[in-house]
Ligand binder design. Sequence first.
Ligand SMILES: NC(=O)c1ccc[n+]([C@@H]2O[C@H](COP(=O)([O-])OP(=O)(O)OC[C@H]3O[C@@H](n4cnc5c(N)ncnc54)[C@H](OP(=O)(O)O)[C@@H]3O)[C@@H](O)[C@H]2O)c1
Length: 218
Amino acid sequence: MDIVIAGGHGQIALRLARLLSARGDVVRSLVRNPDHAADIRDVGAGPVVCDLERATPEEVTGHVSGADAVVFAAGAGPGSGVARKDTVDRGASVLLADAAERAGVRRFLQISAMGAGRPPRPGTDEVWAAYVRAKGEAEDDLRARDLDWVILRPGRLTDDPGTGRVRLAAGELGRGDITRDDTAAVLAELLSNPRVNRTTLELLNGDTPVGDAVAALA
Ligand SMILES: NC(=O)c1ccc[n+]([C@@H]2O[C@H](COP(=O)([O-])OP(=O)(O)OC[C@H]3O[C@@H](n4cnc5c(N)ncnc54)[C@H](OP(=O)(O)O)[C@@H]3O)[C@@H](O)[C@H]2O)c1
């Protein structure tokens, strides 16, 4: 497969690129910082410099053209404020989905977050409220499209080593942790299993081998 990962220098994105290139897929990683190109090559992928807060729809369409699937793995990150939750967590996903539609790339995986779209409780920190609002709006945008989409909501991400075992469900799982390693493994498995389609999944550490967890949803 030929796969585009947006936010290609992200921690999940790098793990995913390494898994995909090791199994023989071609990976194009969109990064905003040209200095990250060497890290992308180190995981076996091809860097494409593209800042998703500045690129035009035409440019992004060109970057995804000919791919079998795109993965939205970007995020404004913990140090960012309200404005960038909107421009990255919502806006960049919408831009990528527009580009996928224009280029005829049907398969679209979106990394979202638990609590996306739920009204924040009174007194919630304004940046967190903006984050869950942005993720919810990005999800709603994707659900309305004629694409073969999957929304994946990981729990709290950790850098513990992956176990290859998870809890994955089309429904709410409650709070918990999930390793970035296993999140990347689930994304790789979803890319090879197109029968899991048009669904919103939640993901936590668990006991079910990744392949079985994805196959059970097909
Ligand atoms: N932390 C958690 O517990 C948690 C839980 C659930 C879901 N999530 C979500 O999971 C996703 C991936 O997580 P992660 O840990 O892999 O995130 P990460 O390491 O912060 O990666 C996000 C990537 O997005 C890139 N990015 C930011 N703005 C961009 C732009 N304008 N154009 C292109 N790329 C841009 C960043 O680029 P730079 O490297 O240049 O900064 C970074 O490489 C995020 O959307 C996050 O919100 C996080």
